[in-house]
Design a protein around this ligand. Structure first.
Ligand SMILES: Cc1cc2nc3c(=O)[nH]c(=O)nc-3n(C[C@H](O)[C@H](O)[C@H](O)COP(=O)(O)OP(=O)(O)OC[C@H]3O[C@@H](n4cnc5c(N)ncnc54)[C@H](O)[C@@H]3O)c2cc1C
Length: 387
């Protein structure tokens, strides 16, 4: 068919953009369709939304050729992570030296990574301020109805629409989902003591509180809490005091704090990632609790697996939109995603149970892990995506 492209990627978040870039580099004819009317220019303000990028995801971004630009602008390597529950003295400490790797990960702003990826796209791939309204598979291609009235034909549709994907529902893909009784409160703080490249996470009965080291010396706070509304309602001074207490003054007094933003938290997992000539990637396929900082890392894992399979099929002269091939992608990714759901949802639930004595049992558990060096190393490897 004339005017039929190879792959239509819907959604230019980090995951969809990385996919469109990788596929164009492999010679696929790709269009990336995004309903938002961006491209933002350079912004000196630190984005409140930052991600812990695992070494495996950084290596993937390196292969795409964009990681050096991220490092050259603003990224903060963290070389140690401390995790505790009640007593700081019993904190588990993970170090990059144990892996061995130069860093456990890098804290990178969403807007910076997004901008670098968009700018790396070949001209004409990104079409923004344009929504995909519907998709229909017919005669070996997918017909997309765009919001400007145009029809686009593609051999494969990739849905990268994020957590509220509408095309996923149109494709008849059901979601297993639940809402967490917590919301994430996010802000950046200046602390009395320097973070020295250490990330901290304290697990409390109301939810986990993370301090992520930023390149300008501040720390990014991701506080997932069942009391998020109350935390958001506090004035700045009270919030700084409450945060200092909750962190057990791990970095001393909280001296300054930016505005606070909220993110509702949910668990979602698509019952399948594949429909006729269509495939899901990123948050459209799976949404996990941010306590392990792995959502976009999982999405990049999807993208790398999909690029490899599509390129292999095309190079062998096979149909890269065939269901059998797409099912191979689904099988490859599902195991990793289920693993991450088990870790994040399991930890969430473990800290929800208000059983007397359970906290100390969990601490004994952490203590045991501390003593069991091989198991501890394995946990570190999983946490940073080096399995
Ligand atoms: C508080 C918090 C902290 C987090 N921290 C981490 C972390 O440390 N590390 C980590 O790896 N992950 C983290 N995550 C997860 C991460 O934010 C997500 O996994 C990631 O942003 C998902 O990217 P995506 O591209 O799949 O989806 P999105 O970013 O949601 O992008 C989807 C895009 O699709 C577009 N779109 C939707 N429908 C259409 C349509 N019909 N037509 C055209 N365009 C459309 C949307 O406008 C949007 O731009 C965190 C999440 C939260 C909430």
């Amino acid at each position: 068919m004339e005017n039929c492209i190879d792959v239509a990627v819907v959604g230019a978040g980090l995951v969809g953009t990385a996919l469109a870039l990788g596929l164009s580099q492999r010679g696929f004819d790709v269009e990336l369709i995004e309903r938002a009317p961006f491209l933002p220019g350079h912004d000196d303000d630190y984005d409140l939304r930052v991600y812990a990028i695992a070494p495996s995801a950084a290596a993937f971004l390196e292969r795409l050729g964009v990681w050096p630009q991220v490092l050259a602008q603003r990224a903060s390597a963290y070389t140690q992570m401390q995790v505790w529950e009640r007593e700081r003295a019993s904190a588990l400490s993970f170090s990059a030296a144990e892996l061995p790797a130069p860093a456990l990960g890098h804290i990178v702003e969403n807007s910076l990574l997004q901008r670098v990826l968009w700018h790396a796209l070949p001209a004409g791939v990104l079409r923004n301020a344009l929504a995909v309204q519907s998709a229909q598979s017919e005669g070996g291609v997918v017909r997309l109805q765009l919001s400007d009235g145009e029809e686009l034909y593609a051999r494969l549709l990739v849905v990268a629409e994020g957590r509220d994907s509408a095309l996923r529902a149109q494709l008849g893909i059901e979601m297993l989902s639940g809402v967490y009784a917590q919301m994430a409160v996010v802000c950046h703080v200046q602390t009395e003591q320097p973070h020295q490249g250490v990330a901290y996470q304290r697990f409390m009965p109301t939810g986990p509180l993370a301090f992520l080291p930023l390149a300008d010396g501040r720390s990014s706070i991701v506080w997932s809490s069942s009391e998020a509304e109350a935390l958001l309602a506090l004035d700045e001074e009270d919030f700084r005091r409450v945060l200092g207490e909750a962190s057990q003054q791990v970095l001393g007094r909280i001296q300054t704090c930016t505005r606070r933003v909220r993110f509702p938290l949910a668990l979602q997992h698509a019952e399948r990632y594949v429909a006729e000539r269509a495939v899901l990637v990123g948050d459209a396929a799976h949404l996990v609790h941010p306590l392990a900082g792995q959502g976009v890392n999982l999405g990049f894992g999807d993208v790398e697996a999909l690029i490899g399979l599509l390129a292999e099929a095309r190079d062998a002269g096979r149909d890269f939109g065939a269901e059998r091939l797409l099912k191979r992608y689904e099988r490859a990714r599902r195991a990793d995603v289920l693993d991450m759901i088990a870790v994040t949802d399991g930890l969430y639930r473990a800290y929800q149970l208000p059983l007397p004595g359970l906290a100390s049992l969990r601490e004994v558990g952490l203590g045991l892990v501390k003593a069991a060096a091989p198991l501890r190393r394995e946990l570190v490897r999983r946490a940073v995506g080096l399995r």
